[in-house]
Design a protein around this ligand. Structure first.
Ligand code: ADP
Length: 527
C-alpha cells in the first residue's frame, strides 16, 4: 500500500519535470529562431539549438528527440533563407554548416546516451522486480525466514583463522567469553511472518531484542555453525534449539546458504522449520518403546516360567529316578559298579540338559536388544509359539506353522525378532477374539526366497482384517482401533525390522483376515 503511494508520487513528480523541460525547450528554440532570423548578429546562432536539444532530451523519448532535431534543422534553414538567401556568402554557408554539424553531433550523442540510460533503467527495473519477487516469497512463505547480518562475525572469525586459530571448539575452551561475543556480533535484519509466529514479535530488527535472546549459550549447533563460517562452507544445516521471545525452547531444522561474496554476508537468510512437536513425539515414542520392551520382557518372564517348569520337569524327574537307581546299584552286595556308572552318566547328561535349558532361558532374557547372533528362524517361531501357547489355547486358536525343510541360519537379534513375532501373534489373537469367527486359526509360514536372497515370515489370521483407515495408518505411532490399545506395537515392529535391513507390510488376505509379512535379508549362513 505504502509502496503504491510512493510510486504514484514519484510518477507525478517526474511528469512535472518533463512538462517544465518541454516548455523550456520551446521557449529557448523560439528565442534562438527570433535572434537568428530577425537580428543582425553575425555568428553561428543556430549552434545554440544544441542547447534546446539538450533540454528536450530531458522531456521526450528517442523519437521525440529525432523530431525536435529535425524541427531545429528546419528552423535553422528557414532562418538562413530568410536572412541570407539574397546574398549567400562562403562565411554564411560555413556558419550554417557548423550549426548543422553541431545539431547532428548533439543528436547522435544524445541518442547514444539515451540507449545507455535505457539499458540502465531496464537493469534497474529487472533488479527491482527480482527484489520484489524475493520480498514477496520472503513475506508469504510458511517457512520461517530470518535475515541476519553475519558480516562482522565473519570478519572476526576469518581474522582468528588467519592468526592460526582454526578450531572453534578449542578457542571456545580457551576463551569462555568467545561464544557470547560471537552471538553479539550477529544482527537481525528482518524476519518474515512465519518467523514472528515462531519466535515472537521481538524477532524483527525494529525491536530491542538481540541474538542473545534467541540463541542459548550452550548451543552445540551454534558452535558448528561458527566452524562452518570459518571453513568457508557454502551451506549449513542442523537441528537447533532456539528460544522464542518468552524464553521457551523450540527445536528447529535450521538451514543457511552462505553467499559467495563477502559483501553479501550482511543479508544472510536463515530458514527454520519448527520440528518441536515431531521431536517431542519421537522422544515419547522412544520412551514408549523402552517401556514396551520392559513390559514385553516382563510378559516374557511370565510365559517363560510356565514353559521352564514344563521343560525342566522332564530332565529333573529323570535325574531323580537315575539317582535312586544309582543308590540301588551301590547298595547291592557287592555293589554293581558298572550299572552305577551308567546311571551316573545318565544323571550327568540330564544335568547338562537342565543347565542348557537354563542357559538358553537366561540368554533369552538378558541378551541386549541389538545384539546379533546366529538365528535358526524355525526354532525362533517354534519357541515363540511355545511362549504364546496358553494365550492361543485360551482363545481356542489353532496354529498351522509351515516352513521350508531347511531355512538358512541368519544373523539377527533374537529377542528383538521374538518381540516382533509376539506382537504380531498378540494382534492376531486380539483380532480373532474381537470377531469370534467360525474358524479360529493362525497360519504362519516361513520361506526362503533364493532369487531375492531373502527370508519371509507371513502371519495370516482369521480375524476381521484391516479396516481402510488401519491400512493407511497401520505403522503410524499411536494409531489404534482398540479401546485398550496403545497403537505403538506395529510401529516398533517396523523400526526393529527396518533396523535389521528388512521390511514389514500388512494387508488383507483375499480369503479374509489380515496378512502380515516380514522380509529379512539372508545374511551370513554361519551355524
Ligand atoms: P494396538 O494393538 O495397541 O492397537 P498396534 O500398532 O499393534 O497397536 O496396531 C495398530 C492397529 O492396527 C490396531 O489397533 C488394529 O486396528 C490394526 N491391526 C493390527 N493387527 C491387526 C490384525 N491382525 N487384524 C486386524 N487389525 C489389526
Amino acid at each position: 500500500m505504502m509502496q503504491g503511494l510512493e510510486w504514484t508520487l514519484a510518477q507525478q513528480q517526474a511528469g512535472r519535470h518533463e512538462r517544465l523541460f518541454a516548455t523550456s525547450t520551446v521557449l529557448v528554440a523560439a528565442v534562438i529562431f527570433t535572434v537568428d532570423t530577425f537580428t543582425d548578429i553575425e555568428g553561428a546562432i543556430a549552434v545554440l539549438y544544441a542547447i534546446a536539444l539538450l533540454l528536450a532530451s530531458q522531456a521526450v523519448s528517442r523519437t521525440g528527440l529525432i523530431r525536435f532535431s529535425v524541427i531545429f534543422l528546419v528552423l535553422a534553414l528557414v532562418s538562413f533563407f530568410l536572412t541570407h538567401a539574397s546574398d549567400p556568402t562562403f562565411q554564411t554557408f560555413l556558419r550554417l554548416g557548423v550549426a548543422l554539424v553541431a545539431l547532428g553531433l548533439t543528436t547522435t550523442l544524445l541518442l547514444r546516451n539515451d540507449r545507455a540510460r535505457f539499458a540502465l533503467l531496464e537493469t534497474n527495473a529487472a533488479l527491482r522486480l527480482s527484489e520484489g519477487r524475493y520480498r514477496s516469497i520472503f513475506e508469504r512463505t510458511r517457512v520461517a525466514l530470518w535475515e541476519r547480518d553475519y558480516s562482522k562475525l565473519r570478519t572476526y572469525l576469518m581474522d582468528l583463522k588467519a592468526r592460526g586459530f582454526g578450531d572453534v571448539r578449542t578457542v571456545a575452551r580457551q576463551d569462555p567469553q568467545f561464544i557470547n561475543r560471537c552471538i553479539g556480533m550477529i544482527e537481525i535484519v528482518a524476519a518474515n511472518d512465519a518467523a514472528i509466529d515462531l519466535l515472537g514479535s521481538s524477532a524483527t530488527s525494529a525491536s530491542d531484542a538481540t541474538m542473545h535472546d534467541f540463541i542459548p549459550l550452550n548451543s552445540e549447533t551454534f558452535v558448528s555453525l561458527l566452524q562452518a563460517i570459518m571453513n568457508g562452507a557454502s551451506y549449513f544445516e542442523d537441528n537447533a534449539e532456539v528460544l522464542n521471545d518468552v524464553g521457551e525452547p523450540k527445536i528447529v531444522l535450521l538451514s543457511i546458504s552462505f553467499p559467495e561474496e563477502q559483501v553479501a554476508y550482511d543479508r544472510v537468510v536463515v530458514s527454520m522449520v519448527d520440528i518441536t512437536q515431531r521431536e517431542q513425539a519421537r522422544h515419547a515414542l522412544a520412551k514408549a518403546q523402552e517401556e514396551l520392551a520392559r513390559a514385553s520382557r516382563a510378559a516374557t518372564v511370565g510365559a517363560l516360567s510356565a514353559s521352564l517348569a514344563h521343560e525342566l520337569n522332564q530332565p529333573l524327574g529323570a535325574i531323580a529316578v537315575n539317582a535312586q537307581t544309582l543308590l540301588r546299584w551301590l547298595d547291592r552286595d557287592p555293589p554293581d559298579m558298572e550299572a552305577a556308572r551308567r546311571s551316573a552318566e545318565r544323571i550327568a547328561r540330564d544335568s547338562q540338559r537342565t543347565s542348557d535349558i537354563l542357559r538358553n532361558t537366561r540368554s533369552m532374557l538378558f541378551s541386549q536388544p541389538g545384539e546379533t547372533q546366529a538365528l535358526d528362524l524355525i526354532r525362533l517361531v517354534d519357541d515363540t509359539l511355545t511362549l504364546m501357547k496358553y494365550d492361543l489355547q485360551r482363545e481356542a486358536i489353532t496354529v498351522e506353522f509351515t516352513h521350508d525343510a531347511a531355512v538358512p541360519v541368519i544373523s539377527s537379534g533374537r529377542l528383538e525378532l521374538q518381540q516382533v513375532l509376539i506382537n504380531l501373534i498378540s494382534n492376531a489373537i486380539q483380532a480373532i477374539k474381537a470377531t469370534s469367527p467360525d474358524r479360529r486359526a493362525l497360519a504362519i509360514s516361513l520361506h526362503a526366497d533364493a532369487e531375492r536372497d531373502t527370508i519371509s515370515i507371513t502371519l495370516h489370521d482369521t480375524g476381521q482384517g484391516l479396516s481402510p483407515e488401519a491400512m493407511q495408518k497401520l505403522f503410524t505411532p499411536f494409531f489404534t482401533t482398540r479401546l485398550d490399545g496403545m497403537g505403538i506395537g506395529l510401529s516398533i515392529c517396523r523400526n526393529t525390522i527396518e533396523a535389521r535391513g528388512g521390511t514389514i507390510t500388512g494387508r488383507n488376505h483375499p480369503d479374509g483376515g489380515a496378512l502380515f509379512e516380514i522380509t529379512l535379508p539372508k545374511e551370513t549362513a554361519s551355524a
